[in-house]
Design a protein around this ligand. Sequence first.
Ligand code: FAD
Length: 415
Amino acid sequence: MHIAIVGAGIVGVTTAYELTCDGHEVSVFEQRSAAAEESSFANAGLSSPALLIPLAAPGIGGPQSNRLWGRHAAVRLAKGVTASELRWLWRWRKAGRSPALPMALSALEQLGRYSQARMRWVSEQLQVDAETGRGALVLLRTVEDLAHVQPALQLLREAGMAIHDVDAETARQIEPGLSPDTPLIGALHIPDGESGNCRLFAQMLRYAAQERGAQFHFNAQVTGLDAAPAGLRIAGETLPRRFDAVVVCAGVAAAALLRPLGAELPMAALHGYSISAPVREDSHAPQGSVVDPLHRVTITRQGQRVRIAGGTELGRGDGAHHAPTLQTLYQAISGWFPGGVQVSSGQVQVWRGARPTLPDGAPIVGPSGLPGVWVNAGHGGCGYAFASGSARALADLMAQRAPEVDLQHFALRRF
Ligand SMILES: Cc1cc2nc3c(=O)[nH]c(=O)nc-3n(C[C@H](O)[C@H](O)[C@H](O)COP(=O)(O)OP(=O)(O)OC[C@H]3O[C@@H](n4cnc5c(N)ncnc54)[C@H](O)[C@@H]3O)c2cc1C
């Protein structure tokens, strides 16, 4: 088939790669001038276990997730928050209390596990390494911190993931840079945890897809989609382009693209921040990934840099970065790993990005309900963790093969 993909974020690029592997002729249309310039640009890059990524799903985050105001609010309401975003938040919080939550989290856990295996397999085949960091530690200051991750922990353990309860001393042996002064009652150690550089992985897969014949059209903004026959319109072109199928991988913009065709995606952009800074002293810097569940902060090692990510804002904001959130991130790195990172160097990169999130925290992977139009979008806080798996599963579905992971929970018709 001749297939068009809208968007060259991590989801679009992995989808392009998998579809070219199946022998399809693939054309990717991206409004920006390179791959992974939007949500996939500087995320924390935790890829496993997905369920331990802060805000991975409603119901994860513990009792504090009820707070809306203040520095430690689970979701901060930024300037310009709309009535429809507030309705979205109500649905998100309702999903977190739903009796169906365990089933929903289980579907996400399965997608995460499948995706991790696929990402490793693809990386091995292509012999690429996107600054992979191994091992993850969830730091516990108090016993209550466990409550933040409890629903996820139980599921991960039931699925066979090794999660060791370790005391503070062992945690400091695993991460020798951890401050001896920051109170710690213990940690959860996940030896098979993994992180990487999402943007780098997207760029590597872009070239791999291109070598297999995919064509990437940058600075090409898709202004509309057509179904039956499938096609799309590009800004500045008079005639629509026709394809056998179109896959919408447009992140937060997916909802606006699909709405004129009658498909409603209740998508919200949950903004967050990351700070990336060079390692100052290797033995003082994190070696793998560290999750601070109290402040919902993730710290990952990305080659010779360290990335600290967190914060969740609903609303477009006023254009300025939220200083208290950035302060929390700076405090997290200097509190946990003093002297490990050069936070005052000129090479510090501060980023605000959006998590394209649906109210139940799960992505849409499958048909749109319109002939020839498919969707792979809404991966929320887990786009890097879920991208390889959802791309492979979607490619199988499009080839009328049964995907190796159950996609029922990720159908658009659930809304
Ligand atoms: C602070 C923060 C931390 C995070 N941490 C993690 C983490 O640890 N692990 C994890 O797995 N995920 C994490 N995420 C989430 C992850 O970044 C996203 O889920 C993921 O990047 C979404 O990828 P995407 O390809 O769907 O969207 P995007 O990367 O935004 O890609 C969509 C692309 O579509 C293009 N596009 C949109 N509209 C059009 C149009 N009309 N025409 C042409 N092109 C168009 C856009 O330009 C964009 O390039 C984090 C996110 C944030 C903000």
